[in-house]
Design a protein around this ligand. Structure first.
Ligand SMILES: Cc1ncc(COP(=O)(O)O)c(C=O)c1O
Length: 447
């Protein structure tokens, strides 16, 4: 890798969109037209559908260009942690690469160990692990909802939404409540006749980087006899129980949103994953033992899906050890990087929805049509981020998402701050003060 963070060599030529075929029907043309923005980016933009040729720490090579990576979800840097990497071969020696029993047919004892450690970490009654959160939402939401009514966060993650669609196809009704609005949920629940109620929402939001007020949502759900189902994919490993001794506002131990808000698991089901902070392919549902045992026979992935690879199970077990010994230090680094970026944005008067100092920082553009140019400029400066294009997000939110990890270096964050400063100077980003006064005017009762 070149000594400087940014390579001066020209990068590989951009890919071209596929030529249109004469055999294509008109409906295909119409459908493709509606996705034109995103497809143009995917086919021609170096930061979309990119092939990563090589990594070196948190630097990645795409073609000839080396970039600092701010698009991965490996918040604690476990993917690169030497202690975790060194722990894996012994597990492979013992278990081979991949036990291909589905879990109902044969669960290596590693699963029992993971579920026991996880249960202790979360402070819940019990936990069941399955390969991914997507598997959990698609199978568990329909079971919990049965033919009752689901109250779905209007901006819930796509995988929660899809789980609710499966539930609907099996007879559940779905109502949407406004994002971050427990009062609206309260209104909908109060008006609902159906006694079987399930509330589905995100924990730490994957775009705004903020956690919902879980205490308020749990209180509303309990008051109306509903079960609250929360997906904290991005919070697990990052936020945890609060303590006067905590080194940063993320709290301690990374034991997720329920503990972070000092809430109990009474009528709350927590879903989370190891594929973000723990850099492994595994996910969990924290629930009472009775529910766990029922899910073992009723949730299809426990029987019908293949299990996680042994390297993933080993990564989780080694990750628990590292989390216990060095987790606070890693979260301290993560917080320091995130706080530096947020402080610079504030200094530049650049808008971001992030109010939490968590490591997910979305930066919307002033003009949604500039996404291609802004992405190219960031790429040229050696900064790799997630582009959020229309129609994946509403036009007013088109921009890019920065994710920081404990494995990023200060020099990489410097590079990011310089690029963001340049974009602000060029007038590409939204003004924070203009946003504040616009939202003050929209507030009920504003003059
Ligand atoms: C909030 C949220 N839920 C679920 C998922 C999907 O997780 P998994 O890969 O474990 O299916 C993601 C992935 O990005 C996510 O951000």
């Amino acid at each position: 890798m070149a000594a400087s963070l940014v390579s001066t060599r020209p990068r590989a030529s951009a890919r071209q969109p596929a030529p249109s075929s004469p055999a294509r029907g008109r409906w295909v043309e119409h459908w493709l037209e509606s996705l034109r923005d995103i497809d143009a980016l995917r086919s021609a933009h170096p930061m979309m559908d990119a092939v990563i040729d090589e990594i070196d720490g948190r630097m990645i090579r795409v073609g000839d260009q080396w970039l600092a990576d701010f698009a991965s979800c490996n918040y604690l840097g476990f993917d690169l942690d030497r202690e975790i990497i060194a722990a894996i071969p012994a597990f492979l020696e013992q278990w081979g690469t991949h036990p291909s029993w589905s879990r109902l047919l044969g669960s290596p004892v590693l699963y029992e160990q993971i579920e026991a450690r996880l249960t202790a970490l979360l402070g819940c009654e019990d936990a069941l692990v399955l390969p991914t959160i997507t598997h959990i939402h698609g199978s568990v939401i329909p079971l919990l909802a049965a033919s009752g009514t689901i109250f779905l966060d209007a901006r819930a993650h796509k995988t929660i939404y899809d789980g609710c669609l499966v539930a609907r196809s099996r007879g559940a009704a779905v109502r949407r409540f406004r994002f971050e609005d427990p009062d609206h949920l309260d209104e909908l629940l109060a008006a609902e006749q159906d006694r079987a109620r399930l509330v589905c929402m995100d924990g730490v939001n994957s775009m705004t980087g903020n956690a919902p007020d879980l205490r308020a949502f749990a209180a509303v759900a309990r008051r109306h006899g509903a079960l609250l189902y929360v997906d904290d994919a991005h919070g697990f490993g990052v936020i945890g129980e609060r303590s006067p001794t905590e080194p940063c506002p993320y709290g301690l131990r990374g034991n997720s949103i329920v503990r972070h808000f000092g809430e109990s698991y009474e009528d709350v089901v927590l879903v989370g994953g190891f594929s973000k902070a723990y850099s492994s392919l595994l996910a969990f549902i924290a629930c009472p033992t009775e529910v766990k045992n029922l899910l073992k026979v009723a949730a299809p992935p426990y029987l019908y899906s293949g299990p996680s690879p042994v390297a993933s199970l080993a990564t989780v077990l080694a990750g628990f050890e590292v989390n216990e010994r060095r987790g606070e230090q890693l979260r301290g680094v993560l917080h320091r990087h995130s706080a530096r970026l947020l402080a610079r944005l504030a200094e530049l008067d650049v808008h971001t929805p992030n109010r939490s100092q968590l490591p997910i920082v979305e930066i919307p553009l002033r003009e949604h049509g500039r996404i291609d140019a802004v992405g190219r400029m960031l790429f040229a400066r050696g900064v790799y981020v997630t582009l959020a294009a229309y129609p994946l997000v509403p036009k007013a939110e088109v921009g890019f998402r920065v994710q920081l990890t404990a494995a990023n270096t200060d020099a990489e964050v410097d590079l990011l701050l310089a690029a963001v400063g340049e974009l602000a100077e060029r007038g590409e980003l939204q003004s924070a003060s203009a946003q504040r006064s616009a939202s003050a005017q929209r507030r009920p009762g504003a003059a």
